[in-house]
Design a protein around this ligand. Structure first.
Ligand code: UD1
Ligand code: CA
Length: 453
């Protein structure tokens, strides 16, 4: 395939967002608008990506510095043609240049690929809208050949009747594009250099002008306001939900799930309402996720049940586990198979081996827990001395009585039992009962104080 340059226009102010943040840094599905476009652009493996930015100082280049793109400032902003001109010095002449928009986040790889395959001249991405208001119109002759694009503000009443509109996305041979851009004039109603004027020039030179239409209208929707952003977010979430349903996932309500990243599911997965999946999440066969769970960058193995209101971030959860309701698994947690983590239990940076349980009100941090361990209600690992973190080791078959504090570094030996209410500061030996607490006593004849008059 011919070599490709990609120019992403992102200099617009976004006045209607009413935000200090540049428009293209607002997020859709948890990711900045321009990042969606950069990801799609990168997937086309171009020789150069050039992002034209304007408002918000260096915010856009700083936020996107992980991309091998050239960031070029456009100041002042004199129109879409002027914007593309800013990129041209950074593009080599061989091959084609594709123009994308930082505020049109959902353009799909397949559509752009289709434009590339047409090639051989100018390729416009157009769409037929029942209400074309606000868009540039595609003017064709009697043979159906594209003649030019006319902006709404410059259009005659007859031209405004045209339903086929310019999405703005186009592909042009780079060398020709350079020539056309150098000839742009701003003699129009907005005193702007219109990128769209290159179409008329191509026609005059006898260069073929092709059109391609996207598979979905949402691919070309641009964002100018928070209202449009939330509409497109919901549209996208329904697309994601539709994808899951096609793969056999059971969703309690396709309109009440949010996927902000990539969610992969095995067979017979069930997801209740209000769940949020962030980053890369995978759910094994028969996993059930209860209502209002938030799961981020985690892997959950088969047959595990996650009860409502649980939060799981950067964890690995084994098969046949029971998590929640109201469990919080923090980064670095690894649960082996058949582990039970109950309500109001927080686990951080800990590994818990198979068949162990912490069912109520506990904090387990920086710990290594063996097999078949029972951690009683209210157990706390005191992992932090105010300066450093220390590990707690709980070996196989340990029973920790309720309301125990384990002051790390400390090891509880295999098979040991810790009496309820203990504060354990030294290692507890294997197979023995260890406890640390005052003896219970009854003070005979003691009376409660009485309020003085
Ligand atoms: C443009 C098209 C119009 C098309 C519409 C689709 C032109 C002249 N018109 O119109 O045919 O139907 O998009 O939405 O191209 N931008 C810059 N620098 C500038 C001006 C714009 O980077 O100087 C960026 C904006 O950030 C935005 C995009 O280009 O992402 C489109 O600009 P906008 O002003 O919205 O163009 P429209 O008038 O809507
Ligand atoms: Ca626009």
């Amino acid at each position: 395939m011919t070599k490709l340059n990609i120019v992403i226009l992102a200099a617009g102010k976004g006045t209607r967002m009413y935000s200090e943040k540049p428009k293209v840094l607002h997020a859709l599905a948890g990711k900045p608008l321009v990042q969606h476009v950069l990801d799609c652009a990168s997937a086309l493996k171009p020789q150069q990506i050039c992002v034209v930015y304007g408002h918000g100082g260096e915010a856009v280049p700083n936020a996107m510095q992980q991309y091998a793109a050239k960031f070029v400032v456009q100041e002042p902003q004199l129109g879409t043609g002027h914007a593309v001109q800013q990129a041209m010095p950074h593009l080599s002449d061989d091959g084609d240049t594709l123009v994308l928009y930082g505020d049109v986040p959902l353009i799909q790889h397949s559509t752009l690929h289709q434009m590339q395959q047409v090639g051989g001249g100018l390729v416009l991405l157009t769409v037929n809208l029942s209400n074309p208001t606000g868009y540039g119109r595609i003017v064709r002759n009697d043979q159906g050949d594209v003649q030019c694009i006319v902006e709404e503000k410059d259009a005659t009443p007859e031209q405004r009747e045209i339903n086929e509109v310019n999405t703005g996305i186009l592909l042009a041979p780079t060398q020709m594009l350079r020539g056309w851009l150098s000839k742009l004039r701003n003699n129009n109603s907005q005193r702007e250099y219109y990128l769209t004027d290159i179409v008329g020039m191509a026609v005059q030179q006898g260069v073929a002008v092709h059109t391609v239409q996207p598979a979905h209208e949402w691919e070309i929707h641009g964002i100018n306001s928070k209202a449009q952003l939330t509409v497109l977010e919901r549209t996208w979430q329904l697309v994601e939900a539709g994808r899951l349903l096609v793969h056999g996932v059971t969703l309690a309500d396709a309109a009440r799930i949010d996927v902000r990243g990539k969610l992969s599911c095995g067979c017979d997965v069930e997801i209740d309402v209000g769940c949020i999946f962030e980053g890369e999440v995978s759910l094994g066969n028969n996993v059930r996720v209860g209502a209002y769970c938030v799961i981020k960058n985690s892997r959950i193995a088969a047959d595990t049940d996650i009860a409502p209101y649980s939060h799981i971030d950067s964890c690995e959860v084994g098969a046949n586990c029971h998590i929640g309701p109201y469990a919080r698994l923090r980064p670095g947690t690894k649960l082996h198979d058949k582990v039970h983590i109950g309500n109001f239990v927080e686990i951080k940076n800990s590994e818990i081996a198979a068949d162990s349980k912490a069912n109520h009100l506990s904090y387990i941090g920086d710990s290594t827990v063996g097999k078949r361990v029972n951690i009683g209600a209210g157990t706390i690992t005191c992992n932090y001395d105010g300066a450093n973190k220390h590990r707690t080791i709980i070996e196989d078959d340990v029973f920790i009585g309720s309301d125990t504090q384990l002051v790390a570094p400390v090891t509880v030996g295999k098979g040991a039992t810790i009496g309820a209410g203990s504060t354990i500061t030294r290692n507890a030996p294997e197979d023995e009962l260890t406890l640390s607490r005052g003896r219970q006593l009854t003070v005979a004849g003691w009376k409660r104080p009485i309020k003085k008059k």
